[in-house]
Design a protein around this ligand. Structure first.
Ligand code: PAN
Ligand code: ZN
Length: 199
C-alpha cells in the first residue's frame, strides 16, 4: 500500500504534441524500422533482397515513450507506415502478440489509408480497413499489424495499450500471419499466406 502511494505521488500529467499531418512529435524520438530489419517478413524473398541490394529504406517509425511498465499505466504514441511495396506486398509493421496475451489495444487513424490485420492463436482473423477518423479496438489475444495500402501517402495511427503488455515478436517472425495483404490488379487484396507456419 505504501509503495503504491509513492508511485502515485511521483506520477505527473504530461502533454505531448503529435502533429496531425506528419504524426511526429517535436520532443520525442521515434524508433525506425528499416527494410533490413524486416528479414523474413515479406513473402517474396527474392524481391526483398533485390530492393535491399539497391539500398536500405525506412518502412515505418513509431514512438516508444518512456512510460513505467506497470499495469496501472498506458503506453501510447503514433506509428507512421510509409507507402511502398515489396513485390506486390504492401509496406507494413512487423506485427506482434502482446506478451501479456490478455491485453487489448486501441488504434485511431490520423492520415492515409490502411488495414489493421489481426489474428489470434486459434486462427481467428479480424481485418479492419482504416481511414482518417476511424478507431479500431484490437481485442485481447490478437496479434496485430498495420499495413499501408495507399500509393503515395503515409498511413498514420495513434495507439494506446496497457503499459506492461510487452511485445512478443517471435511468434510472428517464426510463423507469419495467416493472411497477406497484396496489390492485385491495382486493388488491395487479402490472400492466404502460402508460407504460414512454414519457415
Ligand atoms: C504499436 C506497435 C507499432 C510498431 O505501438 O508497436 O505500431 O509495430 P511493431 O511493434 O509490430 O513493429 C503497438 O501495437 N504496440 O503494442
Ligand atoms: Zn500492440
Amino acid at each position: 500500500m505504501v509503495k503504491i502511494r509513492m508511485d502515485i505521488e511521483n506520477i505527473e500529467s504530461k502533454k505531448i504534441k503529435f502533429n496531425l499531418d506528419t504524426g511526429f512529435s517535436p520532443n520525442q524520438c521515434s524508433k525506425k524500422r528499416m527494410l533490413s530489419d524486416m528479414e523474413g517478413m515479406y513473402n517474396n524473398i527474392k524481391e526483398y533482397r533485390n530492393i535491399l541490394q539497391k539500398g536500405d529504406k525506412i518502412v515505418y517509425e513509431f514512438h516508444d515513450l518512456d512510460i513505467n511498465q506497470r499495469s496501472a499505466e498506458l503506453c501510447y504514441g503514433t506509428t507512421v507506415v510509409y507507402p511502398g511495396k515489396v513485390g506486390d506486398e504492401y509496406y507494413m509493421t512487423k506485427g506482434h502478440f502482446h506478451e501479456v496475451l490478455d491485453t487489448a489495444e486501441v488504434y485511431y487513424s490520423l492520415k492515409g489509408q490502411g488495414i489493421l490485420l489481426m489474428e489470434n492463436i486459434d486462427g481467428r482473423i479480424e481485418i479492419q480497413e482504416m481511414e482518417p477518423g476511424d478507431s479500431v479496438y484490437v481485442p485481447p489475444g490478437f496479434a496485430h499489424r498495420s499495413i499501408n495500402i495507399s500509393k503515395n501517402e503515409p498511413f498514420i495511427t495513434f495507439f494506446v495499450y496497457r503499459a506492461d503488455a510487452g511485445h512478443d515478436y517471435k511468434t510472428i517472425e517464426n510463423k507469419g500471419f495467416r493472411k497477406l495483404v497484396i496489390e492485385r490488379n491495382g486493388t488491395p487484396t487479402i490472400i492466404d499466406n502460402p508460407n504460414w507456419n512454414n519457415k
